[in-house]
Design a protein around this ligand. Sequence first.
Ligand SMILES: NC(=O)CC[C@H](N)C(=O)O
Length: 305
Amino acid sequence: MKYILDEIIENNRKYTSEGNVATYIPELAKGNRDDLGVCVIDMENNTYKSGDYDRKFTIQSVSKPISLALAIMDNGKENVFSKVGMEPSGDPFNSIMKLETVKPSIPYNPMINAGAIVITSMIKGKDNDEKLDRMLNFFRRLSCNPTLEVNKDVYMSEKITGDRNRAIAYLLKSEGIIDGDIEGILDLYFKQCAIEVTVEDLARMGANLASYGIDISNGERIVSEDIARTVKTFMVTCGMYDASGEFAINVGIPSKSGVGGGIMCSVPKKLGIGVFGPSLDKKGNSVAGIRVLKDISRRASLSIF
Ligand SMILES: NC(=O)CC[C@H](N)C(=O)O
């Protein structure tokens, strides 16, 4: 396995030059475009890594399925899906358009920014500190990594410049989809996106979802089977934004990408995979990371379809 991963990383590193690091969050522009790393974890907890697997990066939108799981645990499915839809939008992740043209202005799904901001607003806690604590603890639990923390520089960088998300959140408030302290909700959302991880953290979260919510390292249940299934289904239909259809055909693995360059994948009953490659394509997905996943999927016949 290790040898195959080494070969796949080396074959695909050249594709990092076809994209670029995200720059709309200024701090992310400091990333190294050529980085490419992978971690694969099977259901027996065997862990294989290759390339730049030791890099730390911010989770960004890969956090969306995880916070969705917590919001469902906090509020129940019915409440959550009265405020967020279950359909792919076909629009870029930060699009505002459908909030205006489709009424009621319920975001299409929890994987686009509008939907994810609604989800973050539903996390329970007496104040923002408690909400962040609960959120961080949940991410730590699912990744089996008690040291996960928020990267303060990336968080501040997005907080200062995140006016598009601010516009989305205030629009959602004006439409009655979210209420309360919008700046507080955005602050929590920016912190959620700035949680710092490695490919191993992503692979482990993917593996624990692949096992339908059972911690593969000790057999304890973390989330219900139904939540694990719901989250993975969103990863298939909306996880790669408006590239989800093409990705399903070429790779066929429930996956979630983020503009930090990470992709978390979950092959039901088989594997968790984490990939990192901060060079992004036009849709905001890791350009070489997708190639790596395509090769892994083909070599190990992992497509779920
Ligand atoms: N696609 C992403 O990873 C987007 C996350 C980022 N924090 C944003 O809201 O713009």
